[in-house]
Design a protein around this ligand. Structure first.
Ligand code: 4FV
Length: 222
C-alpha cells in the first residue's frame, strides 16, 4: 500500500512511524509512506497557506490554492483522498479494514480552524475523525489511521502478533487476559484459565467480554 500525507508539520511524523511494526512494514515494502509539507505548494515569499474566514469569526482557515495544487499533484487514478477533521465520520476498526483494501491513500491533515469548504466539496473522497475532541492539528489523527490500517495489511503482523481485530468485529471488548506467574502478590489467575477445560474457558471469556462491554461500552452492545 502507498500512503501520502499532506501536513504543515512533517517533523511530527518522524518517530512514531519509524519504530516496531510500522517500520518493519516500510522496510519490507508492504507500506510506501511519504510525508509532504503543504508549504511546498505555495509560491509567495511567506509560503502562505492560511487566511481569515469570510463572514468573520475566530482563527484562520487553510486556503484552497496550495491544497488543490498538492492534492492534484499527488493524486492517482485509484487514490482515496481523505481529510482528517473533527467533522468527519468516526474512524473505527471497520473503516480501518475498508482502507486496508485500498492501494493508495492521500491523508490531508487539518490545521487552524480547518479547510476552505471547496476543498471538502471538490477533492475529498472521505473525511474521518478519530474522536469528539479537538487537537492542535491533524498530524496525530493521520498517524492513528496509518497505524490502524498498516497492521491489517497482509504480511505485516506475524503469527504471534495476532490482530486484536476480533474484539471490535464481534462488537465486544477484549476479555481479561493473564500470563505467568499464576500468583502475583497474592492475586491468583482465575481457576478456569488453568483448568485446561477449553469449553469452560471460552464460556468464561465470552461472559467477561460482555461484562466489560456492558460496563465501558454499552453502545457496542446495542
Ligand atoms: C481531529 C480529530 C482534530 C481540529 C482543529 C485540527 C483539529 C485543527 N482531526 N479527528 N478529532 N483536528 O481535532 O481528526 O484543524
Amino acid at each position: 500500500m502507498k500512503i501520502d500525507v499532506l501536513t504543515l508539520f512533517p517533523a511530527m511524523f518522524a518517530g512514531p512511524l519509524d519504530e516496531s511494526i510500522i517500520q518493519r512494514a516500510r522496510k519490507a515494502g508492504l507500506l510506501d509512506l511519504k510525508i509532504h509539507n503543504l508549504r511546498d505548494w505555495t509560491h509567495d515569499r511567506h509560503k502562505t497557506v492560511d487566511d481569515r474566514p469570510f463572514g468573520g469569526g475566530p482563527g484562520m482557515l487553510l486556503k484552497p490554492e496550495p491544497l488543490f495544487e498538492a492534492i492534484e499533484a499527488l493524486r492517482r487514478e485509484t487514490t482515496k483522498v481523505i481529510l482528517l477533521s473533527p467533522s468527519g465520520r468516526r474512524f473505527e476498526q471497520a473503516i480501518a479494514r475498508e482502507l486496508a483494501g485500498q492501494t493508495h491513500l492521500l491523508l490531508v491533515t487539518g490545521h487552524y480552524e480547518g479547510f476552505d469548504e471547496r476543498v471538502r466539496e471538490t477533492l475529498a473522497d472521505d473525511e474521518l475523525s478519530i474522536g469528539d475532541f479537538v487537537l492542535t492539528n491533524g498530524a496525530l489523527p493521520a498517524m492513528v489511521v496509518i497505524d490502524a490500517v498498516t497492521r491489517l495489511l497482509p504480511g505485516v503482523l506475524g503469527d504471534d502478533e495476532s490482530s486484536l481485530d476480533e474484539s471490535f468485529s464481534q462488537g465486544l471488548l477484549e476479555y481479561p487476559q493473564y500470563t505467568r506467574p499464576a500468583e502475583f502478590r497474592g492475586m491468583k489467575v482465575p481457576e478456569v484459565l488453568v483448568s485446561g477445560h477449553h469449553a469452560g474457558i471460552e464460556r468464561w471469556r465470552r461472559e467477561q467480554a460482555k461484562l466489560r462491554t456492558k460496563k465501558n461500552r454499552p453502545d457496542l452492545m446495542k
